[in-house]
Design a protein. Structure first.
Length: 389
């Protein structure tokens, strides 16, 4: 029986996948897994029982990933589950940046009297805008969201240019061949009327939208940021808007400094806030966590390598260890000492840590327990799990 702790409102369509004969929800203080959405886990002391955390969403900035890696806790996210929801909001935001729809609707609500229709016809010219058809959209980051946005923008009549030096083969196959591939970010900034950013926040990308970035954009260009607020240097953005070196900034991340500015549209982090996205994320998070706990296989982890190997043997050992020399050798020797034959083995590393899956024949419980205890004494091994088929 696996104990699962949940935070926030996780859609029942996902939780229902955790069958009651194998999983217990929120019944104890020593969970094997955690499923969450926005709950901040930084500073939380994790129990030794914890094996994995599944974030029902793409970003994991609310999870202390490095600390989890050190403890051998696998962190999962749900890439692509909310991609359509975010894509639709970006398209809506782009149209709102092109045409003052919100301002016009608010103005209509101020009217009164028997001649409202005449007032509308007289005053509507102040809310004239432009069309996105025929304009150029630049997409920086062609992951699940960026690729979908590029395809749909092209279908709406836009010219589309994209940049992503790390685009996956699977995503590349799904991008419309009419989408131009830029050789650099500078090329995107030079050509695009609208620029939408879809990259993760890391040491290289934090604050990437700075004075130099903004200076390369067209004077009438619009920047859309529905990825992460930290990608944009707020002070530089405010300066660029004040000097009219770009026309508008649209973001899904509220910051007090961005409020009450006619050149900025701020949304309350609505990117994944659809019924469909919440269900999709919950289903993917539950499936991924369930698969890992039952088989030891890792899919969609942000801190450990992907490992997906069929389990044909009666017993599987999974080992998290530091990515240092001779670890596999020591593990193999530890099994050979007890004349335990390895029927299948896979070892993969990611950064400072590695993950090893070893399938073995049926072994006496006492012998197996002794083997595991010996493994735990090896310098560099973080944790060991026993999984039975």
């Amino acid at each position: 029986m696996f104990e699962i702790k949940t935070y926030n409102a996780i859609a029942p369509e996902g939780l229902n996948l955790l069958n009651a004969d194998q999983f217990a929800l929120n019944t104890g203080a020593n969970p094997d897994g955690i499923i969450l959405r926005s709950e901040k886990l930084h500073g939380m002391e994790f129990p030794e029982s914890l094996k994995a955390i599944a974030r029902a969403g793409a970003g994991v900035n609310n999870v202390p990933v490095e600390e989890c890696s050190e403890a051998g806790v696998v962190v999962f996210n749900t890439p692509g589950a909310n991609a359509n929801a975010v894509k639709e909001l970006v398209l809506a935001a782009m149209i709102m940046a092109a045409r003052p729809i919100k301002e016009g609707m608010e103005w209509v609500q101020t009217l009164s009297g028997d001649d409202v229709e005449k007032q509308v016809e007289k005053g509507k010219s102040q809310f004239a805008g432009t069309e996105i058809s025929g304009k150029t959209l630049g997409v920086i980051g062609l992951g699940a969201i960026g690729a979908m946005l590029a395809n749909d923008a092209f279908r709406l009549g836009m010219e589309v240019i994209g940049y992503d030096p790390y685009v996956s083969v699977e995503t590349a196959w799904n991008i419309n061949r009419r989408v131009q591939k830029a050789a650099s970010i500078a090329e995107v900034l030079e050509k695009a009327d609208y620029i939408s950013i879809h990259v993760p926040v890391n040491a290289e990308t934090k604050g990437m939208v700075d004075a130099a970035f903004l200076a390369q954009m067209k004077d009438n260009a619009v920047l859309l940021n529905f990825a992460r607020g930290e990608l944009v240097n707020t002070a530089d953005m405010l300066t660029a808007l004040k000097e009219k070196s770009i026309r508008k900034y649209v973001t899904d991340f509220a910051d007090e400094a961005l409020l009450h500015n006619d050149a900025i549209i701020v949304m309350p982090h609505l990117g994944a806030s659809t019924e469909e996205a919440e269900v999709n994320c919950a289903i993917m998070a539950a499936q991924t966590l369930k698969y890992f706990l039952e088989t030891g296989n890792i899919v969609n982890s942000v801190n450990f390598p992907g490992v997906d190997i069929a389990m044909h043997s009666p017993i599987r050992l999974t080992i998290v260890n530091k990515n240092i020399p001779n670890m596999v050798g020591q593990i193999s020797s530890g099994l050979a000492k007890y004349f335990i034959n390895i029927e299948d083995i896979l070892n993969r590393s990611r950064g400072n840590y590695a993950y090893t899956v070893i399938d073995i024949a049926e072994t006496e419980e006492a012998v197996l327990a002794e083997v595991v205890e010996n493994f735990k004494k090896i310098d560099g091994i973080v944790n060991v799990r026993i999984i039975r088929r």
